[in-house]
Design a protein around this ligand. Structure first.
Ligand code: PMV
Length: 327
């Protein structure tokens, strides 16, 4: 058995379909070139020690109890999904071992870029490599999806899917994951409002709205699904103008679901006014990030406009590299 293993997994942006995807509609999502990296080591005791240097939290789990080292009880909430990944693998393979799990990530947290899923996916892969267990992507996806359920309650699974498989995916719950072979370059600018939010709370907010206004909200959600279906033609034809327009409609439907906020609106409108082909929030909303689709001659103008409106701009590219075992 190895004594150390390393793995990494990418962040994502949802091009179209967040929230609708939780209610059974499809989403189109792409992996981007920011990654979470996880190193795991065998310990001589049975403790599961987890440390995230970037967010300054650490502690260990022993018999399902948490003992914080840095970050107090908040650390437990954030580290629990990673613990659940480790526990699932140790239990399945009847391994009586302890491990150190060290996380280093360049993905902003709670921003809609799938940071928690990327960390769960990379942790699962590193642990499977360490213990010589099933390293198949399907198994890694399943473990990370189970961990997401601890954080978000009823996640669609889109985040761990794209982080595992990479590339551009068509994702719909209860359908096989489809990787799209689309050649078109998608020039996207990401703007971060810097406002942290909880995906679980926003998903619950939409659920509650749907319970109170079922006939209205189910129509908004199915209109969202139609946008995604229509966008496939635009993507295949490289018709970025139509894609941008569909992104704008997608954003307005998300506003109808009350998951936008003032900060996101201001970045989205700044991008559109500066000539973006389309702009929308990405991920759960309520803060976090927005994306703008831009033609090359407008890239600088749009990036500047987002910055002026208070956003932090990221330049990022799609990556085909999903989860990877590095050592
Ligand atoms: O904000 P993120 O990166 O956690 O993305 C959430 C996407 C949702 O559709 C809102 C939830 C889900 O599980 O699909």
């Amino acid at each position: 058995m190895k004594t150390q293993a390393k793995a990494s997994a990418p962040a994502k942006v949802i091009l179209l379909g967040e929230h609708f995807v939780v209610h059974g509609e499809p989403a189109i999502v792409l992996a981007i070139d920011r990654r979470a990296r996880v190193t795991v080591n065998i310990r001589s005791d049975r403790k599961i020690f987890i440390k995230s240097e970037d967010i300054g939290i650490s502690g260990f789990f022993m018999d399902d109890q948490f003992f914080p080292q840095r970050g107090g009880r908040e650390a437990e909430r954030k580290l629990e999904p990673i613990y659940s990944v480790a526990r699932e693998i140790l239990q399945k393979y009847r391994l009586k071992k302890g491990v150190n799990i060290e996380i280093k990530s360049s993905i902003p947290t709670a921003a809609g870029l799938g940071s928690s899923a990327a960390v769960s996916v990379a942790s699962a892969a590193a642990l499977c490599s360490l213990f010589g267990c099933d390293e198949s992507k399907d198994y890694i996806f399943q473990i990370a999806f189970n961990a997401e359920k601890i954080i978000h309650g009823t996640p669609s699974g889109v985040d761990p899917a794209v982080s595992t498989y990479g590339g551009i995916l068509w994702y719909r719950k209860s359908e096989p994951i489809r990787r799209l072979n689309i050649d078109v370059d998608l020039p996207l600018i990401i703007g971060n409002t810097g406002k942290e939010r909880s995906t679980g709370k926003l998903v619950a907010k939409v659920n509650s709205l749907k319970e109170r206004y079922p006939s209205i909200i189910s129509k908004v959600i199915s209109a969202g699904g139609e946008i995604i279906k229509r966008s496939m033609k635009a993507l295949r034809e490289g018709d970025l103008k139509t894609l941008g327009e569909l992104m704008n409609i997608n954003h307005e439907l998300l506003s109808a679901l009350q998951v936008s906020c003032e900060e996101l609106e201001s970045l989205v409108h700044a991008a559109r006014n500066a000539g973006a082909l389309g702009a929308k929030l990405t991920g759960a909303g309520g803060g976090g990030c927005m994306i703008a689709l831009v033609s090359p001659e407008k890239t600088e103008d749009v990036a500047l406009a987002i910055e002026k409106a208070g956003g932090e701009v990221f330049v990022t590219r799609k990556t085909d590299i999903g989860v990877t075992i590095e050592e």
